[in-house]
Design a protein around this ligand. Structure first.
Ligand code: KIV
Ligand code: ZN
Length: 526
């Protein structure tokens, strides 16, 4: 059996399904370039049939990135054909097609009688569709992955039948998702072992695992899968993803590395790129990494208690199983200032994983100079948030061009704003419970909208009075959330920018829906 575990990164597909975490094409490309540096084996770049923007992003990534590119599709001809069209220019390509296999999903998604009247008939339809669509996908490319959605809650006998059919039809990787994060590690491990016992020819193909974190067990379950013979892990940076997220790439990779004595397996990952990748994904998605997150959290290498600090000084191994350098956490802080110049800025940004065109660099440089004037010392964390902030702006429908907020101990907070749209300017004023509330109310009035604010977070990016304040706002419209992020040395301005950015994300989403109103073909099987 192979001693390498294939790392299949789905940050740009399942990760992007994280509430509020939508990414624009530029951000997806930057992340894909960074994933290439991280040396992942496969990048799942998106679900091309789901929207024109998804299609375009997958196509751009396929055209520019040397890593194997996978595109997701349901077991439908239109999905498969569209997935192939999006990845056809990739050096190495994979079509990833999936069908639901648990009774919950079959009864929920294949309701119509045209799929069969009884559960048994519907189950047979799923097998037939899976077989036919893997065969169809095979007419476009050799590398085909088949996933049995909700495999974790699927009857093992039936799961074995579906997987065997997919292999017979030509699947080269079969993926076993614990879609709802329901299974325990011992159970999940048994599913993999049992499939290897029951399914004909499974030894000749790659078994993959794709675990969700609803019970906090995604990494443990993936490792149980690997212990039982899986040789591909599907994961995301920072563990972001649908609901509680997916298995975290950095945790899986470091578990396999640190415990090589136990698993005797390795990955191709360049672990020194882990921290940069984590921070880039956080900056672009607006999903903050919790401080106590394993491997990449702010506190992952902090030793607080006297006993621990003393032990560390005597011998690092007393309390440290991974050195920060292994995952790219720098011990010394690099500081840039106004005099670092454009070249200095470019070099530092490259070290942080950002590859910019001259035009983009010029834009970021202007912001950098502005920031350096305000706060003298510019740290890596400042640059990362500057990048996240600046890049989101590219797709703005609205831009906040003027803010005036008045508040004081005995006065009612009042805000006035001007927002630039395509060819129109919108201005209005409003009061509120506090300065931020007044500002948001003024924006709502100017644009005649009233989004529900789901969360509002503010943090200081570095320390000191002149530190950048970073604000993340999440708004909700019907079933969809949108994150916005704003950065400024003034938190009121940062709040306004974040709110406008969340509104922009919502506008982009609405525009896409109108362009691609394909609900009929979608509702039944997603
Ligand atoms: O969680 C899941 O089942 C998925 C599949 C589409 C692989 O994301
Ligand atoms: Zn998933």
């Amino acid at each position: 059996m192979r001693d390498k575990v294939i790392v299949f990164d789905t940050t740009l597909r399942d990760g992007e399904q994280s509430p509020g975490a939508s990414l624009n094409i530029f951000e997806k490309l930057e992340i894909a370039k960074q994933l290439e540096k991280l040396n992942v084996d496969v990048i799942e770049a998106g679900f091309p049939v789901s929207s024109p923007a998804q299609f375009e992003a997958v196509k751009r990534i396929a055209g520019e990135i040397g890593v194997r590119i996978a595109a997701l599709s349901r077991t439908k001809e239109i999905d498969i054909k569209t997935a192939y069209e999006a990845i056809q220019n990739a050096d190495k390509k994979r079509i990833h097609t999936f069908s639901s296999t648990s009774d919950y999903h079959i009864l929920g998604k294949f309701k119509s009688d045209r799929y069969g009247k009884s559960l048994e008939e519907k189950r047979q339809t799923v097998i037939r569709m899976s077989y036919d669509m893997v065969q169809y996908a095979k007419t476009f490319c050799d590398d085909i992955e088949f996933s049995a959605e909700d495999a974790g809650r699927t009857d093992i006998g039936y799961l074995a039948e579906v997987i065997e059919a997919a292999i017979e039809a030509g699947a080269t990787t079969v993926n076993i998702p614990d879609t709802t994060g329901y299974t325990m590690p011992s159970e999940f491990g048994k599913i993999i072992a049992e499939l290897r016992r029951r399914v004909k020819n499974i030894e000749n193909i790659i078994i993959s695992v794709h675990c969700h974190d609803d019970l906090g067990l995604a990494v443990a379950n993936s490792l149980a899968g690997v212990e039982n013979g899986a040789r591909q892990v599907e994961c995301t940076i920072n563990g972001i993803g649908e609901r509680a997220g997916n298995a975290s790439l950095e945790e899986l990779v470091m578990a396999l590395k640190v415990r090589k004595d136990l698993y005797n397996l390795s990955t191709n990952i360049t672990t020194k790129e882990i921290y940069n990748t984590s921070r880039m994904v956080s900056a672009f998605t607006g999903v903050i990494v919790q401080p106590n997150k394993a491997i990449v959290g702010e506190n992952a290498f902090a030793h607080e208690s006297g006993i621990h600090q003393d032990g560390m000084l005597k011998n690092r191994e007393t309390y440290e199983i991974i050195t920060p350098e292994t995952v790219g956490v720098q011990k010394t802080k690099i500081v840039l200032g106004r005099h670092s110049g454009k070249h200095g800025l470019k070099a530092r940004l490259q070290e942080l994983g950002y590859e910019l065109t001259d035009k983009e660099l010029q834009k970021v440089y202007e912001l950098f100079i502005d920031l350096a004037d305000k706060k003298k010392e510019v740290f890596d964390e400042d640059l990362r948030v500057l990048m996240g902030d600046e890049i989101k702006k590219e797709q703005g429908y609205y831009e906040l061009v003027y803010i005036n907020v008045n508040s004081g101990t005995n006065s009612i907070p009042t805000a006035t704003v001007t927002i630039k749209g395509d060819d129109t300017e919108y201005s209005d004023s409003a009061t509120g419970d506090g300065s931020v509330d007044a500002l948001f109310n003024a924006i709502d009035r100017a644009l005649n909208i009233q989004p529900k604010i789901e969360s509002y977070q503010v943090r200081s990016v570095t320390s000191g009075r002149k530190a950048l304040g970073e604000v993340i706002v999440r708004i909700r419209q019907e079933h969809q959330s949108f994150n916005g992020r704003g950065v400024s040395t003034d938190v009121i301005e940062a709040s306004g920018k974040a709110y406008i950015q969340a509104i922009n994300q919502q506008e982009i989403f609405k525009a896409e829906l109108t362009m691609f109103h394909n609900e009929d073909s979608f509702s039944e099987v997603t």
